[in-house]
Design a protein around this ligand. Structure first.
Ligand code: NAP
Length: 292
């Protein structure tokens, strides 16, 4: 078994982006980060994004509206950022408090600033094998991890666990694309899938994104498979200062010895998500500064 070191790969990408940003004349790329409420995971994700942006030289503008913000007010804030020429990318941190309709919020972001890639236009471009838009960050990070680990998906059976808009569906579309490194054969599973272990055992590459701590056990994995663990789950642990430990969707101690390559949690897909957000922000900047 070999570990796919997401921290190292993300650090390489961040260093590449830092070098690119240093060469830009004038105003640096700017990312607006909107966080509504105090969900602890969201607080830590936004902090990490802010810190990574600073490291690269990307300006971040963190906006913390009241948890009582209405959908109409949030739309108005997004409209203002859409029209602001000093803002290149906009990210609204999920989850949003009820009754705000998250999908409508993602759709409100101008496609050319939708660096999280969750709006209709950018998701549609992924389905059309069109590279001109923004690929959502976690699926893009998974593809980059595989590419930089020398995994060619051509002809491989890739089983995706989870069908969310954030991870499962877009990663399945990326694996299907007619492109170098992709061209996989995909099975997407979800909570209604029957005989799940029989399907996962067929996977040459297994991508787990279900949000169920240590759900994937050794009995569900083919020896020699590549295992990508997207899950981030907080499991109560009295021995930890925080009172919890982070774990993935894969039972790492028993699956790792079987796998050819595997991502750890933390330190696998998570850092890649942030790195790809920064990459998308630089791309957004370049889209509007072509002549500079
Ligand atoms: P989500 O929106 O809750 O979707 C979960 C998916 O898993 C759904 O499609 C669900 O099926 C399926 N599922 C749930 N239980 C299942 C089961 N027992 N068997 C088979 N399928 C099952 O979650 P998400 O946003 O995709 O996130 C998934 C995990 O990835 C979470 O732990 C999240 O924290 C993590 N995540 C990590 C990153 C990162 O940067 N590393 C980024 C995003 C998410 P149904 O559709 O039938 O309900």
């Amino acid at each position: 078994m070999k570990l796919i070191d997401g921290n190292k790969i993300a650090a390489d990408i961040i260093a590449e982006l830092k070098a690119d940003v240093a060469l830009l004349p004038g105003r640096k790329p700017c990312l607006a980060l909107i966080r509504v409420g105090d969900d602890p995971a969201s607080v830590s994700y936004v902090k990490k994004k802010e810190k990574t942006a600073a490291e690269i030289g990307i300006i971040s503008r963190v906006i913390l509206p009241s948890v009582a913000i209405t959908q109409t007010e949030l739309f108005a804030l997004i409209d203002q950022l859409n029209a602001d020429p000093d803002v290149d990318g906009i990210l609204v941190q999920s989850p949003l408090p009820q009754p705000i309709d998250e999908l409508q919020v993602f759709r409100r972001i101008a496609p050319c600033k939708d660096v999280d890639g969750l709006g209709t236009m950018n998701l549609g471009k992924v389905a059309q094998d069109d590279d001109s838009g923004f690929i959502s960050c976690t699926p893009a990070g998974i593809m980059e991890l595989l590419a930089r680990s020398g995994v060619d998906l051509k002809g491989r059976h890739v089983v995706v666990l989870g069908r969310s808009l954030l991870v499962g569906k877009p990663v399945a579309l990326l694996v299907l694309q007619k492109k170098t490194g992709a061209n996989g054969t995909v099975t997407v599973c979800h909570s209604q899938t029957a005989n799940l272990p029989a399907i996962t055992r067929q996977a040459d590459v297994l991508i787990a994104a279900i949000g169920r701590a240590e759900f994937v056990t050794a009995a569900m994995v083919k020896p020699g498979a590549v295992v990508i663990d997207v899950g981030i789950n907080r499991v109560p642990d009295a021995a930890k200062k925080t009172g919890y430990r982070l774990t993935g969707d894969v039972h790492f101690p028993t699956v790792a010895p079987l796998a050819r390559l595997i991502t750890p949690v933390p330190g696998g897909v998570g850092p890649m998500t942030v790195a790809m957000l920064m990459k998308n922000t630089l791309k957004a900047y370049r889209l509007t500064h072509r002549g500079d």
